[in-house]
Design a protein around this ligand. Sequence first.
Ligand code: PAF
Length: 294
Amino acid sequence: MQVERMLWRMQKVTQIRELRQIIRAQRRLGKSIALVPTMGYLHRGHLSLVEHAKGDGVFIVMSLFVNPLQFGVKEDFSKYPRDLERDAEMAEKAGVDLLFHPDVAEMYPQPVLSYIDIDELAGVLCGTSRPGHFRGVCTVVGKLFNIVQADKVYFGQKDYQQYLIIKRMAEDLNFAVEVIAAPIIREDDGLAMSSRNVYLSPVHRKEAVVLNRSLEKAELDIGNGQRNARMIGKMIKEQITQESSGQIDYVEVRNAEDLTELEEIKGKVLIALAVRFGTTRLIDNKVVEVKENV
Ligand code: PAF
């Protein structure tokens, strides 16, 4: 009975025009608008963003769109896991008010000639091995900002670089939206939740826990006084290589505010990594704050 009521409650919309009408009506009712952008295949990480968005008088919009613009030619756009029915049910149970799931023709009705590009922040970490990725992300998120006109938007910290880039894009381009990051949600064994985890073979799934283990060890080492960024990177690489068959794309220690390189660990520091298990590329990170040198 309660489930039926919940199922009735969430609206599912595919058209931008219809979405805009509903948002205008919600605004007239005095609601504020929260946006949770996703590419679907939801997991607890996405649902935690909905939890963060909840509040009195908040109308929660979740977008579900696998954005072709952010996939490289050799990447997994066509293979990306999709299950609209399952996602809609999960979103509804989590308390989403409106699920916006346009198709590609609705989002890109004509060949795209205008993009949002961001310098520097997009040229490091994942930007190095995924050229054009952040241009695709910024462009679709910019479009979503214009379409939904949300007051607040929520991103997972697992994609820390993406969060930082979008926050900067919103500042640079005066999007009137507050960009909020929510903590990484992990499986019981520590693997960061990701829609791509379903691609992992059972062996790789087991091995992949080394990512979080090595990040935890790095945090411990820093807590014990290690201040050499290169040594932290080296330790993580050694641990991943020794304990798994993962192919390291990058392991880097950078300033968490602007992603610049660091020699000495101080202030707010991002330890980020990307590792391939078979054909599946996983990312993970930890943000550590070092208040003063010991
Ligand atoms: O993080 C994602 O799922 C995507 O990059 C996003 C932000 C929904 C844009 O397509």
